[in-house]
Design a protein around this ligand. Structure first.
Ligand code: ZN
Length: 67
């Protein structure tokens, strides 16, 4: 169980680090401030831009954080 706990802790630490970095830049962690998500396999289709559900398309960390 110790190993699994270590992995969980490591993953949480990586997540917190990423969130902190995005917060410092003021951008949404889900879409990296773009306001939409693009799926790699649909990249060539212009209609594949899905509005980010985390920030409602604003790309702002404040909106993402306010969920
Ligand atoms: Zn977003």
């Amino acid at each position: 169980m110790g190993l699994i706990n270590s992995i969980v802790e490591w993953r949480n630490a990586q997540y917190d680090k990423r969130i902190a970095k995005m917060e410092a830049r003021g951008i949404c962690p889900d879409c990296r401030g773009r306001g939409f998500n693009v799926f790699a396999n649909e990249y060539y289709y212009s209609s594949s831009h899905i509005e980010c559900g985390g920030c409602n398309g604003s790309g702002s960390f404040a909106d993402w954080n306010g969920r």
